[in-house]
Design a protein around this ligand. Structure first.
Ligand code: GDP
Length: 418
């Protein structure tokens, strides 16, 4: 049944690359946090002895406490973000619903998305929305209610409404994928504002095109603008409404070849984000409407289709799944790189700074000891004690930090290579 296939998908979903890397880097930062706290505690215990630890050293190490906390906060919230663009009514909301396997976003006539809608996972099973500039959680139970809530708000087209949906209802949400639906690129003069506000941190862009017409200048323009602000954005092109081709089988191959060629040219020759060969892998012919219907049927324990669907349904359904797989691979790798690489470098830097400070303190104590061999016994004992403590602690810290730095490095490069 559905449950079993869901479980299987969980285990080998490419999203796990991100999920595991996120867990690892979060765990590593818990350790780094511990080591920083240890080091601060140790320096405090020597604070009265200004000859051993100087104020600046203590302050530097203390400042890492805040830095590490700030990084941990960011890391906890890190996610993978995919943004959908295309002309109004090409089926952006339907594609998102099909991927989420549920009618979450309102779609269809009378439900034109007139602002940005972001769907993300909520903890503790709640569903609600938050409009931009507010912190109030407005509960939503159904699509109808959501559509209504969105209509009654006076929303500006570049505003963002965040929709929180229970994580456990969808694997993509559970694995920290965040979906952004946009108003049609045909209705706005504010593409620059859109891009600055909503696109700069997107890991993947999906252009939902209409297979019943050709790629529009407005759609192309949007991506031209995106690629001036982001180097090599990850882009997928979905030729949606491909079910319409079933009614004209005599033109099927020809139409498909033409769309394919134009999309590949657009990605490779115009935007120059892929080679023609790689671009081939980024173009899909799908029907979001059929896929959504099929998935809703399957969840009710019924067959994916009841025979009333257009010819070629199975192929379009497979192609949708193929898109999802490549999408998952692409987004998880991209997010690991953009989100974790920098932080792991910082973590390494902090660990190394602490190590060198502790080394300096140790060296200083040893020097002091040899130059003060003649001082009174109590001072001598005190120094001796401090030194012993230092030896123990620094050796332990050194080992730990050394292992940790190597560990961080290994895990990160492994995650990045996967
Ligand atoms: P959006 O404005 O881009 O978000 O478009 P919607 O998702 O709201 O879809 C607009 C209309 O097109 C709705 O009535 C959908 O049911 C319909 N639609 C979406 N995808 C398909 C598809 O693959 N095939 C067909 N025949 N209709 C679709």
């Amino acid at each position: 049944g559905q449950h079993r296939s869901n479980d299987l998908r969980t285990d080998n979903s490419p999203l796990q690359i991100f999920v595991k890397a996120k867990k690892k880097i979060n765990d590593i930062f818990v350790e780094i946090d511990d080591y920083v706290q240890d080091a601060v505690g140790f320096m405090h215990s020597l604070r009265d002895d200004r000859d051993i630890v100087n104020t600046q050293e203590a302050e530097t190490i203390e400042s890492y406490v805040y830095k590490v906390h700030a990084i941990r906060d960011v890391l906890k919230r890190d996610h993978m973000k995919v943004a959908f663009f295309g002309r109004t009514s090409n089926g952006k909301s339907t594609v998102i619903n099909a991927m989420l396997r549920d009618k979450i976003l309102p779609s269809g006539i009378g439900h034109t998305t007139n602002c940005f809608l972001q769907v993300e996972g909520s903890d503790n099973g709640e569903s609600y929305l938050i409009t931009e500039g507010s912190t109030e959680k407005q509960p939503v139970q159904s699509v109808g209610q959501l559509g209504h809530a969105l209509c009654k708000e006076k929303l500006c087209e570049s505003h963002l409404v965040r929709i929180f949906w229970p994580r456990e209802k969808c694997l993509l949400l559970r694995d920290d994928v965040v979906f952004v639906d946009s108003p049609g690129v045909d209705v706005t003069p504010n593409l620059d504002e859109w891009i600055d506000k909503h696109c700069l941190d997107a890991d993947v862009f999906v252009l939902v095109a209409n297979a019943e017409s050709t790629l529009m200048v407005t759609e192309k323009n949007f991506f031209h603008k995106v690629s001036t602000k982001l180097s090599k954005p990850n882009i997928f092109i979905l030729n949606n409404r491909w079910d319409a081709s079933a009614s004209e089988p005599e033109f099927f191959d020809q139409v498909r070849a033409q769309h394919q060629e134009r999309a590949v040219d657009f990605l490779s020759k115009e935007l120059k984000v892929y080679t023609p060969k790689d671009a081939e892998e980024r173009v899909f012919f799908i029907s979001a409407k059929e896929t959504l219907q099929a998935r809703l049927q399957e969840q009710r324990g019924q067959p994916a289709h009841n025979g009333a669907l257009a010819d070629g349904f199975q192929n379009r359904y497979f192609e949708f799944q193929d898109f999802e797989r490549k999408f998952e691979e692409c987004i998880s790798k991209s997010a690991v790189k953009t989100k974790f690489e920098q932080h792991s470098q910082r973590g390494k830097h902090i660990a190394m700074e602490i190590r060198s400070t502790l080394d300096e303190i140790l060296e200083r104590t040893q020097k002091m000891r040899s130059s003060q061999l003649t001082v009174k016994k109590e001072v001598h004992d005190k120094l001796n004690f401090t030194e012993q403590q230092l030896m123990l602690l620094t050796q332990e810290m050194k080992d730990k930090i050394h292992r940790m730095v190597e560990d961080v490095e290994q895990r990160v490069s492994k995650a990045l290579n996967e």
